[in-house]
Structure formats: structure tokens, C-alpha cells
Design a protein around this ligand. Structure first.
Ligand code: HEC
Length: 100
């Protein structure tokens, strides 16, 4: 029985290894944070979170975009809006004249 358990363990480890590798290969796994949670919860029923995070914007442009999406039906309180815009600017923003 020990061999059976051992081979199961090896399989498990192999599977875990594959997952880690897959995650590492994803070029831009979004940094975790309350902003990401909000995007996943409130923005991802019309398009994917990945679609939101593919673009880079200036702080003004992110504010405009988030407001536009709220107008379209995303549910965000003013404070949640602030958290999200902060997150987007920190991780997916562009400074004027500097493209990431
Ligand atoms: C009611 C549906 C809906 C919700 C909810 C929604 N979006 Fe959108 N979004 C759209 C549609 C439709 C488009 C494509 C048309 C366009 O580009 O304006 C889009 C496009 C985008 C784009 C790419 C275009 C651009 O302006 O760069 C971004 C970024 C974006 N949404 C962000 C968000 C964020 C952030 C949220 C959450 C606050 C959100 N969306 C919630 C409907 C929605």
C-alpha cells in the first residue's frame, strides 16, 4: 500500500508543479488587493477582469472610465470607486509621457 500512496503523492506533486508553472507563465497576473476584488466582483459580468487590466491609463482617464462603467451599470459606492481607481493607478497606470 505504501507504493500506492507514494505514487499518489508523486502525482499530486507533479500536478502542483504544473499549476505553479502555469501561473508563472502568465505574464501579468494582477497584483492582489481590495481593488482587484472589487473589479472581479463588480466589473466582470460584462467583460472579463483581464480585459479591464489589459489597458493602461492616466489617473484622469481611469476616473473617466470607471465613472462611465458605473453609468453603464457597475455598482460602486463612492468609497469603493476611490479604492478601485487607486488600485488601477498604482498597478495599471501611466504617468504622462511614460508608457509602461
Ligand atoms: C454594464 C456592463 C459593464 C460593466 C458593469 C462594466 N463595463 Fe467596462 N465595458 C463595457 C463595455 C460594453 C465595454 C466596451 C465598449 C467600450 O470600450 O466602451 C467596456 C470596456 C471597458 C474597458 C476598455 C475600454 C476602455 O475604456 O479602455 C475598460 C478598461 C473597462 N470597460 C473597465 C471597466 C471597469 C473598471 C468596470 C467596473 C467599475 C467595468 N468596466 C464595468 C461594459 C461594462
Amino acid at each position: 500500500m505504501l507504493t500506492k500512496n507514494l505514487s499518489r503523492l508523486v502525482l499530486l506533486l507533479a500536478a502542483a508543479g504544473t499549476c505553479t508553472m502555469a501561473a508563472g507563465q502568465q505574464r501579468s497576473a494582477p497584483p492582489p488587493g481590495p481593488g482587484l476584488k472589487l473589479i472581479n466582483e463588480r466589473c466582470a459580468f460584462c467583460h472579463t477582469t483581464a480585459q479591464v487590466l489589459r489597458v493602461r491609463k492616466t489617473p484622469e482617464a481611469w476616473r473617466t472610465t470607471v465613472r462611465l462603467m458605473v453609468d453603464r451599470g457597475a455598482e460602486l459606492s463612492p468609497s469603493e470607486e476611490k479604492v478601485m481607481i487607486n488600485y488601477l493607478n498604482t498597478h495599471f497606470g501611466v504617468r504622462k509621457g511614460k508608457q509602461r
